[in-house]
Design a protein around this ligand. Structure first.
Ligand code: ARG
Ligand code: ZN
Length: 881
């Protein structure tokens, strides 16, 4: 493991390599514990580079057994080999030369799951960001592009399958028990896109005919027996390929596209050229084992990795500071894809909920960083929601500012100008400036300034003059390393809704740049005046969440109710409902904390129930409206000195009031959607199940008995209904016989399906209350738990830390202590997993002083360890700073 070197990498230090890599030939002799890797690398010195400059190759934990220069053993005086680098001196001034390095690696012992490792008997790789250097010495950086030929030799019986990037060249027997296969990838690529898979797997095959009539073979590899569960992933893949042709004009560029599902994987999936490797959680689905959320995730992630072929692979990143260039853009593309496949507004609501619950806290806390950072200590810690999701929002704003046509021209120009390049964010933005003629200099601050902009809004209507003035003031909060901020260019979609619900149009607008329905806030403070407005309108601002900002706009409950009823933008309607709910929930939390009576405004309940019962609205939208802001949302709104128990109690009281008032509405919804006909995993079916299940949850609250949920559990014919019923039973009646029996039945029924048991772990890890810590500890002793499998750890420890506010933050701090022990135990095995889990404590300063103090103690315990990985050291230092 790499322990911390304290080294910090700066964007300002970027310079190209001294040597140009021309080609790469790798030969793997696979063995579970002693794999031999021979790398033949052809280099030449870059023009103008000093003749004495040495060749420096990256390594991580490597043992070299031989080094040849132009096929002849190299004089040891000419090189220095260390586990983390290989430095070679006295190299030719101008002619190309060949270096042959042989390293020995141990895939079985690779518990970090970076580089070449074994998962359930399958050899697989993960090289992004810096995993390739754990395979061989190499210029392991994204701006070194080369053409690769791969030879794989392995035991034939155990590894009938030998896969790598590109096209299959051929294979044959190799001695009595072995065989080999050769692969060639004609597209120059950086090392992080290298992949190798070997083992024995089942396959699902299909074909796709591209827009220029080329037939592409599609293969999804899964464990034997799981082939039927790959059908949905295959369908999602074909729809992704078609969509990218139709919407972005992008065609696939090899004869074969492969996906391999593995069960031990640190993240969601990886876009290796022609050979994507996936966490099996994002491939396998059938109605009996996958929820609607699982189906939606599979569709989105299959699309995401496929879309990387153009945004990431054909055009890659110059350096890791440019990560958002591929990730933000590709998330934007997968969001658009899902919006087209499903309901656009409902998808947007879900995106914004996710952004607010994950990215906003990151941007407001000690880990805040710009979408395009300028320094890092451990790059793995920058695969964040800021780079991904805020990066996507920044791309979306470019589309909003330019409009559909110019945005498309800009994308086309980007693909044309930079195909084959390792590009920068500046290159990307320049394409949109050149395509549209618009200046995006101020806009680019979105890449460089961290923190969520706060916008204070006020409006006044002058009946005599028939004018509406809208005053806006922006403030970007200070973030680590950035105390003073410049005003940003913030595109805000708006509508003026008149009394009868129709849209009012102004005869003139002054005070700033307004194009169509987009108001461009560019100054620190600006007042827009709309003239010719006959009666006082209600202002609907930031429609569709056109900018990732927080609005502080004290609109009356009447105005919000008006938007909730009339806005033609469904997102804005949902936002208005949320804005009505938040003060009710924060008041309830305050009352719970002070021990005073909790009251819930009847007006708010009326609006909510009217939406719930409105058959003109799609079920998925109604389900979103009924899913009130989460405890984390309320904590964020309260802003500090938070008591998670009071927030929970207050929210429960509000839910109960809604349940009691709406019992008839919920009964009707539940009954109407209970007999829903044959299962379909599409958005329509999912929406109906979502509405039915939230109705069940309210009904159960109103009746306060486990009977209905127990019945639903017994009746369920799909995993969404089953897991929802189980959640209601376990969370509301944890000590009831019904809950205990259902948990046991679920465990028995799915005993051989680890992915489903993850749900069983998560449901129990999120049972509210202080007792959950003991439950989590007991579950770690379950035979289904495996401390080395990231999915298991995330579903139990991760879900507890991120998703159980009352349990994790129990007042005595015991859960923090447990958590620190877990981090210290996981870190030596898998630093990436440990570091990611640790971010659960990033908002500790928002807790009331008693808990904050205990959280600090736990963090200090971690910090005091002398053997932390760079990953965990980086996070703990920043969180405590
Ligand atoms: N590029 C992959 C994706 O977007 C994720 C790789 C994450 N790598 C890491 N070291 N965290 O799907
Ligand atoms: Zn990605």
């Amino acid at each position: 493991m790499r322990t911390d070197t304290g080294r910090i990498v700066h964007l300002a230090d970027y310079r190209p390599t001294d040597f140009v890599l021309e080609r790469v030939d790798l030969t793997f002799e696979l063995d579970p514990t002693e794999t031999k890797v021979e790398a033949r690398l052809i280099f030449h010195r870059r023009e103008g580079v000093d003749a004495n400059a040495p060749l420096i190759l990256d390594g991580d934990d490597l043992t070299m057994t031989s080094l040849l220069f132009d096929q002849i053993e190299m004089d040891p005086a000419r090189y220095t080999a260390a586990p983390e680098s290989l430095v070679i001196r006295d190299l030719p001034e101008s002619v190309p030369f060949e270096i042959t390095v042989v390293t020995m690696i141990n895939p079985e012992a690779n518990t970090q799951l970076m580089g070449l490792y074994r998962s359930n008997g399958i050899y697989c790789t993960q090289c992004e960001a810096e995993g390739f250097r754990r395979i061989t010495y190499f210029p392991d950086r994204p701006d070194v592009l080369a053409v690769y030929t791969i030879n794989i030799i392995a035991d034939k019986a155990a590894n009938p399958l030998l896969l790598s990037n590109g096209n299959f060249l051929g294979g044959a027997g190799f001695g009595p028990d072995k065989h080999f296969a050769a692969w060639f990838d004609p597209h120059p690529k950086p090392s992080y896109l290298f992949a190798l898979v070997a083992g024995d797997l089942g396959v699902v095959e299909d074909t796709f005919v591209t827009m220029s009539e080329r037939e592409v073979t599609l293969k999804i590899y899964v464990e034997h027996g799981k082939e039927p569960r790959a059908a949905y992933a295959m369908d999602a893949l074909k729809r992704s390929m078609k969509w990218d042709e139709e919407v972005f004009g992008r065609e696939y560029d090899l004869d074969i596209f492969m996906i391999v599902a593995v069960s031990d994987f640190n993240m969601g999936a990886m876009e290796n050229k022609g050979l994507n490797i996936f966490n099996d959680k994002y491939v396998l689905a059938d109605p009996e084992t996958a929820t609607d959320q699982d189906y939606a995730n599979i569709e989105a992630i299959i699309a995401h990795e496929y879309f990387h072929n153009w945004t990431g692979n054909r055009i890659t990143c110059r350096d890791w500071f440019q990560l958002c260039l591929k990730e933000g853009l590709t998330v934007y593309r997968d969001h658009e894809f899902s919006a087209d496949m499903r309901s656009r507004s409902v998808k947007r609501i879900a995106e914004v909920r996710h952004l607010r619950s994950e990215q906003f806290p990151e941007d407001a806390g000690p880990l805040a960083h710009p979408v395009r950072p300028t320094k890092y200590r451990e790059i793995n810690n920058f695969y964040t929601t800021t780079v991904y999701e805020k990066g996507s929002e920044v791309t979306r704003m470019i589309a909003t500012i330019l409009g559909r046509d110019d945005f498309k021209k800009g994308m086309d120009l980007y693909f044309e100008r930079h195909d084959g390049d390792a590009a920068t964010v500046e290159d990307f933005v320049k394409c949109f400036e050149d395509a549209s003629g618009k200046d995006l200099k101020q806009f680019s601050l979105w890449y460089h300034q961290a923190g969520t902009p706060q916008i204070t809004v006020s409006s006044t209507y002058d009946a005599g003059a028939k004018t509406l003035s809208l005053s806006l003031e922006q403030m970007v909060p200070a973030t680590p390393g950035q105390s003073a901020k410049e005003p940003m260019h913030i595109p805000l979609r708006f509508s003026l809704i008149s009394e009868n619900g129709a849209e009012a149009t102004a005869s003139a607008i002054s005070g700033g740049n307004v194009s169509g329905d987009v108001l461009h806030l560019t100054d620190r403070a600006q007042t827009f005046t709309f003239t010719g407005i006959g009666s006082r309108p209600v202002v609907s601002l930031n429609r569709g969440f056109s900018a990732p900002v927080t609005l502080h706009f004290s609109q009356s409950a009447d105005d919000l109710g008006h938007i909730a009823r009339y806005d033609s933008d469904l997102f804005a309607r949902w936002q208005a409902i949320t804005d009505l709910a938040l003060p009710v929930l924060t008041d309830a939390a305050k009352s719970a904390r002070e021990g005073t009576a909790i009251t819930t405004s009847p007006a708010f309940i009326d609006v909510l129930l009217a939406v719930a019962a409105d058959e003109a609205l799609e079920p998925a939208f109604r389900a979103q409206a009924l899913s009130l802001p989460s405890e984390a949302d309320i904590a964020r709104e309260l802003g500090g000195n938070n008591d998670p128990d009071a927030i929970h109690a207050g929210r429960q009281a509000v839910l109960s009031a809604i349940a009691t008032a709406g019992i008839e509405v919920f009964r009707a919804l539940h009954d109407a959607h209970s007999a829903s006909g044959p299962f379909t995993p599409d958005a329509n079916g999912a929406g109906k199940r979502g509405l039915k299940n939230i109705a069940l949850s309210f009904l159960t609250l109103a009746e306060n008995t486990p009977a209905l949920a127990a019945e639903a559990f017994a009746r369920a014919d799909n995993m969404t209904d089953l897991s929802q019923a189980l959640t209601i039973l376990a969370h509301r009646f944890p000590d009831s016989t019904e809950a205990k029996e259902a948990l046991a039945a679920f465990e028995t029924r799915f005993a051989s399906n680890a992915l489903v048991l993850d749900k069983w772990f998560s449901i129990q890890a999120t049972i509210p209350g202080a007792a959950s810590l003991d439950r989590v500890k007991a579950l770690m002793g379950s035979p289904h738990f495996a401390p080395t499998n990231p999915n298991r750890v995330r579903s139990l420890v991760g879900t507890f830390a991120f998703g159980n506010t009352t349990g994790f933050n129990r007042a005595d701090g015991a859960a923090y202590g447990f958590f620190a022990e877990q981090i210290l135990a996981i870190d030596p095995r898998n630093p990436q997993l440990a570091a990611r889990l640790l971010t659960a404590l990033r908002s500790w300063r928002l807790l009331e002083p008693g808990r904050a103090d205990k959280a600090r103690t736990a963090l200090t315990t971690i910090e005091a360890s002398t053997s932390l990985s760079t990953d965990v050291r980086d996070i703990v230092d920043r969180i405590l700073k």
